[in-house]
Structures are given as structure tokens and as C-alpha cells.
Write a protein that binds this ligand. Sequence first.
Ligand SMILES: *Cc1c(COP(=O)(O)O)cnc(C)c1O
Length: 393
Amino acid sequence: MPSFNPPLRTLMGPGPSDVHPRVLAAMGRPTLGHLDPMFVAMMDELKDLMRSAFRTKNRLTIPVSGPGSVGMETCFVNLVEPGDTVIVCQNGAFGGRMKENVERCGATAVMVMDDWGKRIDVNKVEEALKANPGAKALAFVHAETSTGVRADAEALCKLANEHGALTIVDAVTSLGGIPVEVDAWGIDAVYSGSQKCLSCTPGLSPVSFSARAEEVVRGRNTKVQSWFMDLNLVMAYWDSADGAPRAYHHTAPINSLYGLHESLVMLDEEGIEAAWARHAKNHQALRAGLEAMGLSLLVDEADRLPQLNAVVIPDGVDEALVRKTLLANYGLEIGAGLGALAGKVWRIGLMGTSSSANHVTLCLAALETTLVGMGAPITAGASAEAARAVLFN
Ligand SMILES: *Cc1c(COP(=O)(O)O)cnc(C)c1O
């Protein structure tokens, strides 16, 4: 059996995004023991880098060993106990997973539903909070990767705080791409993912819990149902605030953590505000190019995520054939629609390293030539210049 040699792709789907060579190089460095003092020192730097990305002073800020879904589950299993009520917003695929998590914790999910592609209606959330005065938490997805919609996280957290509910926020696709202000917005539990706007390899989930949420975890009536995700146990490895030596819980994914460290160092070098501005600009360039072709975005302008663009598929176009052709001819991956949007949109990601002028320009040219080759009804010849005018004016 020969070694596996993957081809070099350009990843512009809903994640993973392109991993920077610096991150891949960091992951190839020598493996240390998970209690080696040099490794423990790196863990402390990593927590500080994560705090700065989340804009928080939260002590309990760690990368969970597992993809974003494990970060999600960590937040729910630690905060939600049997018999609790949690208000869950759903306007796409990932809100539905939050509901699953709440119910698997033995709690009741009160759903606030909005259409796929539309924003979470803050008024409906307020009504749900009023109608369920004892609700333990409000849970919502900040950047709905299945639709490209941004939630008004600040307003939703303010409402929850006014009603005495904790907030559980999915920032898997938002962290690094748009502002996530954990302390300023009063977020109690937040989880992200390594492979979206942080452009690290998949498999790690940065999470952060407020002091209030930490108290809830410590004061539970029942044991956390998951031994692996029980933060009371995990923290004995990740935190030695009281000076106690780190205790083994599970073997940390050492080399993956080198990668996350490097990607956060790169974010810090760029400056997080500059990263947000870069994501915004590349989104505007892509939008301009798509519109010059006669294509349109699904989501209302005010609610669009710069890092995930849901593009309406023109009538009569075989959307799967377009994606297949982009991959075969250009090594370019874009995403298909999910759930209610399957067959209706493509999802073009401009996340992390994949948010660049090169990515925008390649994607527009590849999409344009592919659609022209299929005889699709689009305007040719204008998209590259439309993008250039945004990128280099
Ligand atoms: C990708 C994603 C997840 C799940 O992350 P995995 O790393 O695939 O487990 C959760 N929520 C949102 C909004 C996502 O985009």
C-alpha cells in the first residue's frame, strides 16, 4: 500500500478552510508528553491566545479535544440538567443540533423557529423568555453556516441576561471572521471550531465559560452525564490556578494543539480587527463579482455573514455538476445547500486563510467559465473587474 498523498485543493466550502503552511509546519514538530513542562507552558499561552480571540478574561477557556460538535456538547452537558428548560433558536441546521443536545440532557427545549435564510427574530425570543420565566439558558447559533445568516448576538445576550437566563452561543463559524465579544455581550458559554475562520485543521473546539457558568457547573445536583466532557475533571488537566500539578485526564492531541497555537499566533500578528476587516472586504469583492455575473445572494444584506456566502443557483443549472466540475478542473471545493436549501444554493466560504483576493478571484473565474461552458444564463467578462474594483481601489 503506497502512502496517501492528497491533492492540493482550494477549500472554499463551509469548512474546513485552507490551512496555512505555517500551521501545518507547526503540527509536524516533535511530539512532547502531555505533562512535559514545555508542553504545559504552551498550553498556558494557548489559553491566553484563545482569551484574546474570544475577547474575554474568562478563566475557563480551553480547547476541547474534538471538533466543534464536541464543543457544542460540552456546553450543553455541563450546564443543562434533567428537568431544565432551555430556549433554543433555530433558523438552520445547527440550531436543530442544539435541540438534540438539550433533549439528550433530559431537559425541555422550547423552540423559537425562523425560516432557513432568515435572521433570528429577537421579538419572538423575548416572548419565549417571558413565557418561560424559569428557563435556564438561551441557546443560539451566531453564524449559521447552513444558510449564511448572522444572529444579533449582542441583542439576544442582552435579553437573556435581563431574564436571568444563561447564554450558550455557537461561534464555530464566527470566531476570527466577525466580532465575537464574549465579555462585552455577556456570553456565558461559547464554543468554536478550529477549521473555519481560524484555518487550523479540524478536530479542536475552543470553548469559554463565564464565572457564572463555571459556578453552575460546580454546583450541579447531578453528575455530568459524559465523563469525557465533564469540565470539573477536564479542568484538572488544563488549569492549575491553585498551583496544583496538572492531572492526567485524557492524552491531549499534542500536535493538533501546536497547530491551533500557530493559527492563533497568526491571528494575533494580523490583529483580530484587521482579520474582521479582511473578511468583510473579501466578501464585498465576491458579492460584486457574483452580481456582475447576474447571480445573487440568498440572505438579506443586513444579515449576511462575510465568511459564508449562500449563492442562489440560477434556473436550469445542474448544481452538483457545477461543483464536480470546479473540483475536477480547478481543484476548487465549494459547498452544496443543506436541508431546506439543498439544491437551491451553493455555499461559498471565505474563511480564515481562504479569505483572500486570490481565493475570490479564482472562485469567480472558475465559476464563470464553468457556468458559461454549460450554457447557463449569466453575464460573462465582468466579474473579475468588479471584484478588483473592491479589492484594489
Ligand atoms: C461546522 C459547524 C459545527 C460543527 O463543527 P464540527 O467541527 O463539524 O463538529 C457546529 N456549528 C456550526 C455553526 C458549524 O458551522
